[in-house]
Design a protein around this ligand. Structure first.
Ligand code: ATP
Length: 240
């Protein structure tokens, strides 16, 4: 087995004196979809934001290796330049800009300007609804369309791996299905995925492997197939 694309070793995070991530180990291999599930306040979002450089570097301890390089104290935009990109929640689109302008914003870190138009076309192929609405202000899109726009914008950074925080949050079941289908398609085209979800059932049905987080610790990790059959997981997280 080669080296992992992303690896967290004894990762800890504290907001001031309050430690909320207590030394977790986790990895994602090239081509995988991995999820972190767990209850409210377990530390999932903090973990994800620490990986993508959105939390304060002073609160981080332990190692975050991306493609073998320690990125533990690297700021977000620099991490994105290395191919690890967090999809910000849909409501963080630029609401006063059009869909097309938002998409264009996704290309700002690119050096290979020649391929940008081709990649923009690719995003519109993936999300035809964004193409139909390209002149509409992003703030007037539905929640699901905003989430698509956020994903599309992240894709324009040409990521090797994308990170998503609760892609299902606040969306109707049919839209959730659409969003996850697009995540699977993106993965099949070669982008690895790490996402955090409270909706454990959907998460484990999409991911190859899952980590269960509780009170800042990983209490269990396994293939999704095994986690879906695990009695403890069924009772605590799948409502069975
Ligand atoms: P949720 O799904 O509810 O967002 P989560 O598993 O993602 O939960 P986090 O959002 O990472 O959990 O929160 C973990 C803990 O860290 C919580 O106790 C939360 O109150 C605390 N926390 C989060 N952000 C801050 C902050 N900026 N300052 C202080 N404490 C914080």
């Amino acid at each position: 087995m080669g080296k992992h694309l992303l690896e967290l070793k004894n990762l800890q995070y504290s907001y001031g004196n309050i430690k909320v991530v207590h030394g977790i180990d986790l990895y994602v291999d090239e081509g995988e979809i991995v999820t972190i599930i767990g209850a409210n306040g377990a530390g999932k979002t903090t973990t994800l934001q620490t990986v993508s450089g959105l939390t304060a570097p002073s609160g981080v301890k332990g190692e975050i290796l991306f493609d073998g390089r320690n990125i533990g104290r690297t700021r977000g935009h620099l991490i994105a330049g290395q191919g690890l990109v967090q999809v910000l929640e849909g409501r963080h689109v630029f609401s006063k800009l059009t869909v097309a302008e938002n998409i264009q914003m996704g290309t700002y870190i690119r050096k290979d300007k020649a391929n940008i138009n081709k990649d923009i076309d690719h995003v519109y192929e993936m999300f035809p609804r964004l193409y139909e609405r390209r002149t509409q202000l992003a703030g007037t899109l539905s929640g699901g369309e905003q989430q698509m726009l956020a994903i599309g914008r992240a894709l324009l950074c040409n990521p090797r791996m994308i990170l998503l925080d609760e892609p299902s949050l606040g969306l109707a079941p049919i839209i959730i299905k659409e969003i996850f289908e697009s995540i699977v398609r993106i993965n099949k085209q070669g982008t690895s995925v790490l996402f955090v979800e409270q909706n454990s059932k959907i998460a484990l049905n999409v991911a190859d492997r899952g980590y269960v987080m509780q009170n800042g610790e990983i209490i269990l990790h396994d293939t999704s197939v095994n986690l879906l059959q695990n009695e403890e997981v069924k009772k605590a997280y799948l409502g069975e």
